[in-house]
Write a protein that binds this ligand. Structure first.
Ligand code: GLN
Ligand code: ZN
Length: 758
């Protein structure tokens, strides 16, 4: 019996080899055969590492050219009609990225992570048909290397729950058709060997949605297990507890349950059920979502607690979820301070942690050399964790006291009195026009920024380039006739990193890439210590921009919740406290901007919705502290200063009350693709603050016509009065080209003028 496994391993490659190969293939620099051979070598390398570092089973089918949910669709033959004409070789990437003939399938966030999956599309006309070739190929490759194998699959309940139907009907209508293909697959897999370990991931069972699907669990998994004695089926959940499902799964003949004890401590409540049923418990104790070293002592205590109920013989040690969500290896972090580095653990280090924990926990017979290594690791782990607890890099009494003594956290006046003052002072028209902040990031600006960072460009030259950019963007905005201007954000590479780099308590990796979608990776900064702002972060640029125009310039900041949600966050204090510390830094920045004469300040909360926990019981507390952080951040604005916020979402139906509680004077949102349909909720709840629903989609190079925007504005006016509406694009313009932007904004302003005169 295996003693230690991981849920899954990243696939993009430690030097992002797969990313570059994919992009070369897409731009026809390499052949498909070449891409395949690069992928094959990567898989081999990844498996060998897992084996070498002592995992008892290595995971296959966690590899993907784009996304494993998309792979599942292909495996099931769930290929939407519009791609069926595509050449077999192009079909897969056409589904992911679109082609000449067909628009791409929708992509959305994988639960509360920053990984995106391709949403399966189900349709009544579909007939599903098994294509096991990918799994069989990977199986054969691993077998040839003589490796012990665990086959990873996405479970049918989660697959169907994550799918959508073009006609909006219930996807579960097709559940039986889908499971029939799974049955067939398991039949095929069962013939591969006398014992075949299969990990079926069912993360949906960790959400509140699971209540709808509980009745499907038993018949589905009874059937799966009846297919062959050879199958050892592990059902894995993660990101939360899955207690309701566990109580059912223990009454099916599955081999084991994989549970997340990091994000779902409540899983401890079902240990009795697991023990009684003699199921194996795959105990996820090494955090697959964060980058901190494990605390071996704490994990061993937890494992002891578990083994006081579930017999030790039935326990397998594991990561809490796939390691897909963390970077590869600390080996490449050569510039990082060694003290900070000693607190971190990426995927490769986490595998070693799983191995050492299992050696310590099971007290297995190992050679003398290993005993020394394990004892040393335990000692080193303890020292690093102890040092981290008291390091002065982390603890800043001033910041801690400020949080402790927090008294003022909202604005003094009510919205009604604020907006009256603001309208008087700022004197902007109804349907005021503005943009979301960034202007196109030109190659020149990118180059200057990166050369300046590397020390290849002097500060004077760098500032000159940035100022020229600002001058130009101000001139463009004035020529177009926008009402409220922005500086264009040329100095920012990324809306979180820019602030993180200027805050104490923030760390940056050199090679901490994590897959976001397809070939796209992000390198999230990490918060290791108490957050403070040594000096103003944006005041110079924004004041400079304001000095260049008589019009009102809107200052641009990122909000505390978004900064938090797009970073790896320290795990030694609660998230809400970290968020509060960031809020203070933003609070100070707003005070400084205001002192410098900036009258409108936008605090972006693009990632506000992403931080929502999976379970309703935890949602309320998140909403409370997230709103409080935002309010704290903007509470330094006096009544005359207008606070905007921006969110990259369109659907506010379930969070409108929370949006209202944030108390921003103006919110700009991403509704261009939904007409006025999703705006209705603002009217329905009697939302009184001002709203800027995006009137055109910035994600495509297409230039919207005047009449199209006019129609859009008129449809917005059916929902909200003109005094309450702002007119702006959907989101920042940094990914677009200048000629697209200028023409689109011209059309937008012209459309507004037509509507104003109508
Ligand atoms: N102010 C930012 C920009 O315009 C907002 C980006 C975002 O919301 N993702 O780029
Ligand atoms: Zn946006």
């Amino acid at each position: 019996m295996p003693k230690n496994i991981i849920t899954g391993y990243p696939r993009i490659g430690e030097k992002r080899e797969l990313k570059f190969a994919l992009e070369d293939f897409w731009s026809q620099k390499i052949s498909f055969e070449k891409l395949e051979s690069i992928a094959k070598n990567l898989r081999k390398k990844h498996w060998k590492y897992q084996k070498y570092e002592g995992l008892d089973l290595i995971s296959i089918n966690d590899f993907s050219f784009y996304d494993t949910v998309l792979d599942t669709s292909v495996m099931l033959g769930a290929v939407p009609q519009r791609f069926q004409e595509e050449d077999k070789k192009d079909q897969y990437f056409a589904m992911a990225r679109g082609s000449k003939n067909a628009v791409a399938m929708e992509m959305t966030k994988w639960f509360n992570t920053n990984y995106h999956y391709i949403v399966p599309e189900l349709c009544a006309q579909d007939s599903y048909k098994l294509d096991a070739s990918k799994i069989l190929t990977e199986y054969a490759e691993a077998k040839e290397l003589g490796l012990p194998i665990k086959i990873n699959l996405l479970g049918p309940i989660s697959y169907v729950a994550l799918s959508k139907r073009t006609d909006g009907e219930d996807t579960f209508e097709f559940f039986n058709k889908i499971t029939a293909v799974y049955n067939e697959l398991l039949e095929v897999l069962s013939k591969l060997d006398d014992t075949v370990y299969i990990q079926i991931e069912e993360p949906v069972l960790s959400t509140d949605d699971n209540l709808k699907v509980l009745s499907l669990i038993k018949p589905t998994y009874d059937k799966f297990c009846s297919i062959s004695q050879n199958l050892k089926i592990i059902v894995s959940t993660y990101f939360e507890h899955s207690n309701e499902a566990t109580k059912i799964l223990v009454n099916t003949p599955i081999y084991g349950l994989g549970l997340d004890f990091v994000a779902g401590r409540e899983n401890l409540d079902t240990l009795e059920d697991i023990a009684t049923s003699s199921k194996k418990l795959i105990a996820g104790v090494v955090d697959g979502r964060n980058i901190w070293i494990n605390d071996f002592e704490a994990s061993l205590t937890l494992l002891k607690e578990i083994s006081s109920i579930v017999p030790k013989d039935n326990i397998i040690i594991s990561s809490s979820c796939s390691l897909l969500h963390v970077p590869y290896s600390l080996e490449h972090e050569v510039k990082m301070e060694s003290e900070i580095k000693s607190w971190l653990s990426y995927a490769n280090e986490k595998i070693i942690e799983v191995n050492i924990l299992s050696k310590l926990f099971f007290d297995v017979d190992v050679s003398h050399k290993d005993v020394i290594f394990i004892q040393e690791s335990l000692q080193k782990n303890k020292e690093a964790n102890d040092a981290r607890k008291i390091s002065n890099k982390i603890h800043d009494k001033k910041v801690q006291n400020r949080v402790k003594n927090n008294s003022k956290f909202e604005r003094t006046d009510s919205f009604e009195s604020r907006i009256k003052l603001q309208k008087e002072i700022l004197n902007y028209p109804d349907l005021a026009t503005t943009t979301i902040g960034s202007f196109p990031q030109t190659p020149e600006v990118r180059k200057s920024r990166s050369e300046f960072k590397k020390g290849l460009l002097s500060k004077t030259t760098y500032e000159k380039v940035m100022k020229e950019y600002i001058d130009n963007s101000i001139k463009i905005q004035e020529d177009i006739g926008l009402d409220i201007l922005v500086h264009g954000e040329p100095e920012r590479n990324d809306m979180v990193e820019y602030f993180g780099e200027q805050l104490d308590g923030y760390g940056f990796s050199q090679n901490g890439w994590v897959q976001s979608y397809g070939s796209r990776c992000v390198k999230p900064p990490f918060i290791y210590g108490d957050i403070s702002r040594p000096k103003p972060m944006t005041v110079e640029w924004i004041s400079y921009a304001q000095s260049k125009t008589k019009k009102i310039l809107k200052g641009m900041l990122t909000g505390p919740v978004t900064i938090l949600n797009w970073s790896f966050v320290r795990d030694d204090i609660p998230r809400n406290e970290v968020s509060e510390q960031i809020a203070y830094a933003i609070n100070d920045e707003i005070a400084d901007l205001q002192d410098a004469g900036i009258q409108i300040i936008q605090v972006d909360e693009a990632a506000f919705k992403e931080g929502y926990p999976l379970r309703k019981v935890n949602k309320e507390s998140y909403e409370k502290w997230a709103v409080d952080s935002f309010k704290l951040a903007v509470s330094s604005a006096d009544s005359r200063t207008q606070i905007h916020t921006h969110m990259c979402y369109s659907n506010f139906n379930d969070i409108i009350k929370t949006i209202n509680d944030m108390d921003a004077d103006v919110i700009t949102i991403e509704t261009a693709r939904s007409g006025n349909r999703l705006l209705k909720v603002f009217a329905d709840v009697g939302y009184e603050k001002e709203v800027g629903p995006g009137v055109y989609d910035i994600h495509s190079p297409r230039i919207p016509s005047v009449s199209e925007i006019k129609t859009q504005i008129n449809s917005l006016l059916e929902v909200l009065p003109k005094q309450q509406l702002w007119i702006n694009p959907d989101c920042g313009l940094k990914t677009r080209k200048y000629d697209e932007v200028v023409q689109s904004l011209k059309n937008m302003v012209e459309a507004v003028n037509l509507v104003r005169n109508q």
